[in-house]
Design a protein around this ligand. Structure first.
Ligand SMILES: NC(=O)c1ccc[n+]([C@@H]2O[C@H](COP(=O)([O-])OP(=O)(O)OC[C@H]3O[C@@H](n4cnc5c(N)ncnc54)[C@H](OP(=O)(O)O)[C@@H]3O)[C@@H](O)[C@H]2O)c1
Length: 277
């Protein structure tokens, strides 16, 4: 598994595990816990969750999966914009930590921009970091203008990642947001890197997959993590697919592969507003 070093010196795997839609159905809980644990065994030692997912259910499932192995994982969660006031962020973090059954998160993100000033959320993030409840902070779904506003705030440049919708079929961020993040040394954390499982829409990647003895999904993951400071959090509750996703972390696309992908799925020529799911 390729690894990358974040701007705070922390090393992480380029592929992790998403948890959206986990923790919603009691009947699936056991399988979800087992899948997350199998993923960790396979080297997918970064888990992305959020207080929003399953109304805390995904954090709860994650907490159970991490029992006895918290230190093996880089744990990411997110505060909802409706909780992202100064006091609300601190309270939300403490509640997430309880569900996660840990006393620290590795990375805490603002899920998307809401009505509270970014400065209030950032101030709370800094206090949580000082208190050791989070080791790093970042943002999610911030487009260029919001990102510039965040970076202009004192301490904004300490953010380690912006988690955004990015996959072979959604290349808008390459125009302006990705270069801005690269300049600020803020990692691009790709969500929905497998287009929410719609890998059948990417048949044009099959010849490239064949050359690498890989699947289309693996090529999508290798592509989303091809640049320095980019990593991805595909979600799977299926051990065979987790294996596939973990192995994608070793695939290095060639210049020819990248040129073929550009031809089949071109990046937009003009800036586009950041899409969000
Ligand atoms: N910040 C945000 O606003 C935001 C928004 C959306 C998502 N996210 C985060 O990003 C994570 C990933 O996004 P996502 O879950 O929406 O979409 P995704 O990872 O692009 O796709 C997940 C879907 O792909 C299937 N899948 C997984 N591996 C596969 C493979 N190798 N081949 C074929 N299909 C495969 C999964 O099914 P199985 O489970 O059956 O394998 C699932 O249906 C989320 O779980 C969440 O943590 C963040």
């Amino acid at each position: 598994m390729r690894r990358l070093v974040l701007n705070d010196g922390t090393e992480i795997p380029v592929i992790g595990q998403g948890t959206w839609r986990m923790g919603e159905r009691a009947a699936e809980r056991k399988a979800e816990v087992a899948a997350l644990q199998a993923g960790i065994d396979l080297g997918l030692t970064l888990i992305d969750t959020a207080e929003m997912y399953g109304n805390g259910g995904a954090e709860d499932v994650t907490g159970e999966a991490l029992k006895g192995r918290r230190n093996e994982v880089y744990l990411v969660s997110k505060v909802l914009p409706s909780n992202a006031s100064h006091a609300g962020t601190i309270k939300a973090c403490e509640q997430s930590l309880k569900r996660l059954r840990t006393d620290y998160m590795d990375l805490y993100l603002l899920h998307w921009r809401g009505s509270y000033p970014l400065a209030d959320t950032l101030q709370a993030f800094q206090e949580l970091k000082q208190a050791g409840k989070i080791r790093a902070f970042g943002i999610s779904n911030l487009d260029v203008n919001d990102m510039k506003e965040w970076l202009a705030l004192p301490g904004g440049g300490e953010a380690v990642a912006n988690q955004i919708l990015y996959n072979v079929g959604v290349r808008g961020p390459e125009h302006d947001l990705a270069p801005l993040l690269a300049d600020a040394k803020i990692a691009l954390m790709a969500y929905c890197p497998l287009a929410q499982g719609e890998v059948g829409s990417f048949k044009k990647l099959e010849p490239i997959a064949k050359r690498h003895n890989a699947t289309v999904a693996q090529i999508m993951l290798a592509w989303a993590t091809r640049n320095p400071l980019s990593f991805a959090v595909p979600k799977s509750s299926n051990v065979a697919r987790l294996k596939e996703n973990a192995a994608a972390g070793d695939i290095k696309l060639t210049a020819q592969d990248l040129a073929e992908i550009d031809a089949a799925f071109p990046a937009p020529k003009k800036a586009r507003p950041l899409e969000m799911i």
